[in-house]
Design a protein around this ligand. Structure first.
Ligand SMILES: C[S@@+](CC[C@H](N)C(=O)[O-])C[C@H]1O[C@@H](n2cnc3c(N)ncnc32)[C@H](O)[C@@H]1O
Length: 370
């Protein structure tokens, strides 16, 4: 498989790391999962049904699988041994579909080998497939434009030398109203070459962590709605030598939501309110769109124009009632955090988490935690 664009040898080094160096989640040298909140009980139940061979090679840094996706078409970027695809396939049910894409043969092999076993657990044949390819070249790998409702990804985009190609490809692959719901590693500064070129740091993800502000700008330029933050937690570098290399830069695992909406549909003068209908299984009482926008079932709340566009025209639209109001002030309600505010939130959370205990998304924690 020829490597996309100016990727130097990063793809080869990453393939080697995930295909040959790491044998299980216990070999990771950074604690990208520590501080990440435990997944929803519905996700935990689904994880418990995933074959052990798949779970033991889970290398994610978050829990990027939304509820309410029955019947949807999902794509997982850098699916690895496939854990999130297996979980998603239980959630989308027999009518939905899940495609995992990865470039590392060893990981794909593990993912493909357990589909038969999982079919017996589910009681139906899931529309679950794993394709070989680079996430910078989705179409070449057979992912057609406007065919995906929800794209997920768990700790992968940091590994890509050309992140813009990835976000552009995802934007193309999503249907209007679709979203990229993903966990990845971010930094509070642009990274020096000594970090970007260190094989272990690149393999572990933080060598390619995107500077938060660059990420926000890049995705806005491509045409996504303003990125929504759903979860943030600091990443600790455990290894002493690596600690010296990373210096003062702070790293975070962040779950973002990037919607592909037609914002102009709702670009009128008045304000908007939104009411959550309580119809997503597992979120019967309230729904968290992002850390700034939590909706209690049946309670109408003012929302920004951008939030109104998401709730009225994305795949979430069936779960909300959105109304226009004559009060134009509500148009600025609950605007998403700016990058500056986000940095402050990250620091506050870091302090809170320093006294909190352990991580929650490793395979070892799968029964009680993830
Ligand atoms: C940190 S692991 C995460 C795997 C999986 N998402 C999980 O949570 O267990 C990164 C995975 O991304 C894959 N990957 C990295 N860069 C890629 C690229 N440019 N195209 C396709 N796959 C890639 C690697 O092969 C590896 O399986």
């Amino acid at each position: 498989m020829s490597q996309p664009g100016n990727s130097d040898d990063i793809h080869s080094s990453v393939k080697d790391y995930y295909g040959k160096v790491l044998t299980s989640s216990n070999d990771l040298k950074t604690s990208a999962c520590s501080g990440v909140a435990a997944p929803h009980p519905i996700i935990r139940k689904a994880i418990a049904g995933v074959p052990d061979a798949v779970n033991s090679k889970f290398y994610g840094c978050g829990n990027p699988i939304p509820l309410g996706i029955k019947g949807k078409d999902l794509l997982d970027l850098g699916s690895g041994s496939g854990r999130d695809c297996y979980v998603a396939s239980a959630l989308v049910g027999p009518e939905g579909s899940v495609t995992g894409i990865d470039m590392t043969d060893e990981q794909l092999q593990v993912a493909r080998d357990s589909i038969g076993e999982f079919e017996k657990t589910l009681g139906y044949a899931p529309k679950l497939r794993f394709v070989t390819g680079y996430i910078e070249e989705l179409q070449k790998a057979g992912v057609e434009p406007s065919t995906i409702d929800v794209c997920i990804s768990n700790c992968v985009i940091n590994l890509c030398p050309n992140k813009k190609l990835v976000f552009e490809g995802v934007h193309r692959a999503l249907r209007t109203g679709g979203e990229l719901y993903f966990s990845d590693m971010y930094a509070d500064a642009r990274l020096p070459e000594s970090v970007r070129k260190n094989d272990v740091l690149v393999g572990e993800g933080i060598g390619g962590a995107l500077y938060v502000k660059d990420f926000e700008q890049m995705t806005q330029d491509i045409g996504f709605a303003y990125p929504r933050v759903l979860a943030i937690s600091p990443i600790a570098v455990k290894d002493k030598e690596l600690q010296a290399l990373v210096g003062d830069t702070r790293y975070y695992s962040i779950t973002y939501r990037l919607f592909k909406t037609d914002e102009h549909e709702k670009a009128k003068e008045g304000g908007f309110t939104a009411t959550y209908l309580g119809t997503i299984e597992g979120h019967e009482d309230k729904y968290e769109l992002d850390i700034d926008n939590v909706f209690v079932k049946g309670v109408s709340k003012p929302v920004s124009r951008s939030t109104a566009a998401i709730l009225s025209s994305s795949w979430l639209s069936g779960f909300f009632a959105v109304d226009e109001t004559s009060n134009s002030n509500s148009g600025s309600a609950a605007l998403p955090s700016s990058a500056e505010t986000l940095m402050n939130q990250l620091r506050r959370l870091e302090q809170q988490n320093s006294s909190a205990s352990g991580g929650c998304c490793s395979a070892g924690a799968k029964k009680g935690c993830c």
